[in-house]
Design a protein around this ligand. Structure first.
Ligand code: ATP
Length: 350
């Protein structure tokens, strides 16, 4: 049984009204029918362009938002059917979030020891006499000095603050960490240290991690499984090595082709430049959500919605929602020319 399971989850928001949208009505389909699982001890990488719904999904996983539709299960129990108190205590203890900006996530007026201790005291995990020792232990666990408990956030570097953010998340002994771009605000020189720390903690504590990042090299380094989202939907998911070796969705392929890789020339993916921005999640296109930007789209992509199905020849857990998955998986270098008659951009825009 997965530790966490999302089934057909949707999250719609009312459209925010701006000067330009006055008079229009609509719902932002931020997450639009997502099935998603995380197993015990597994790291799942969540990727996709800005606005595809990753952070909304992260907030649903952490219980910070409820889905508009669908079911969230924790260890098989339906979270939506729990009392508000049970749901709060479950999600605030078992799931913790590590944020992108460690400065913004810590209170500048409280010592880091006070911030780390907050979860322990709120949930009454230890008698007051043992809280300081636990804070010291947590600081050591993330590679800092227990003496640092008395200092304030402004006295630390970005990398140290992110370690403190991780210590604070670990204080309640969670089973799942949701890390939303945890290193993208840090200096390149300290990113690897924080990523290695997360990997070590995962091994030592048996943690599960949902890892959201734009950098697909980092995602590969961190993840057992990868999930690609586009316009609120999952378009490909599978074992990380499998997806990187035999990508089945043209969108994942475009994202991967942007990574400068140290592979032999015949193993390199042809660079695919994605044109334009994703369509509005208020009025998503019919058919495949990606067809308006897809370099490989054929006519039926504009009308038929592709199901998320097993990738031919892939591991059973490798799924993609593309009519052309088989050809995409087979072709590597020179892929665009080997695919069947692509629609021209003008045809697609009609
Ligand atoms: N509270 C809200 N009200 C209205 N629209 C929202 C709200 N929160 C998110 N959205 C919209 O939902 C869509 C998905 O947003 P989300 O932040 O989940 O994407 P994301 O993939 O995490 O992007 P980023 O990488 O930039 O954080 C976007 O179009 C966003 O504008």
């Amino acid at each position: 049984m997965p530790l966490l399971e999302l089934e057909s989850v949707r999250r719609f928001y009312k459209q925010k009204h701006t000067m330009f949208s006055r008079g229009t009505h609509g719902q932002v389909r931020a997450v639009d029918g997502v099935d998603f699982t995380v197993d015990q001890g597994e790291t799942v990488g969540l990727v996709g362009e800005s606005g595809c719904g990753k952070s909304t999904l992260a907030r649903i996983i952490c219980g910070l938002e409820a889905p508009s539709e669908g079911t969230v299960r924790w260890n098989g129990a339906d979270v939506g059917a729990m009392s508000a108190a049970d749901r709060k205590s479950l999600l605030h203890r078992e799931v913790q979030m590590v944020f992108q900006d460690p400065h913004a996530s810590l209170d500048p007026r409280r010592s880091v020891g006070q911030s780390i201790a907050e979860g322990v005291t709120t949930h009454r995990l230890l008698p007051a006499s043992k809280v300081d020792a636990r804070v010291g232990e947590l600081l050591t666990q993330v590679g800092l000095n227990p003496e640092h408990a008395h200092r304030y956030p402004h006295e630390f570097s970005g990398g140290q603050l992110q370690r403190i953010g991780i210590a604070r998340a670990l204080a309640v002994e969670p089973k799942l960490l949701v890390c939303d771009e945890p290193v993208s605000a840090l200096d390149i020189s300290v990113r690897a240290q924080v990523l290695n720390l997360l990997n070590r903690l995962k091994r030592e504590l048996g943690l599960s991690i949902v890892f959201i990042a734009h950098d697909l090299d980092v995602v590969q380094h961190m993840s057992d499984r990868i999930v690609t989202m586009y316009l609120g939907k999952v378009v490909e998911q599978g074992d990380c090595d499998d997806v990187y070796a035999a990508t089945a969705h043209p969108y994942t392929r475009a994202l991967l082709s942007a990574i400068p890789r140290k592979l032999a020339p015949d193993e390199r993916l042809e660079r695919v430049v994605l044109e334009g921005d994703p369509p509005s999640p208020i009025d998503p296109p019919p058919g495949c959500p990606f067809h308006t930007r897809c370099y490989a789209a054929v006519e039926r992509c504009a009308t038929d919605v592709p199901a998320l199905r097993s990738v031919p020849g892939g591991q059973p857990a490798h799924h993609a929602s593309c009519h052309l998955a088989e050809q995409i998986t087979r072709s590597r270098v020179g892929m665009v020319s080997t695919l069947p008659s692509p629609l021209s951009l003008s045809e697609r825009n009609q």
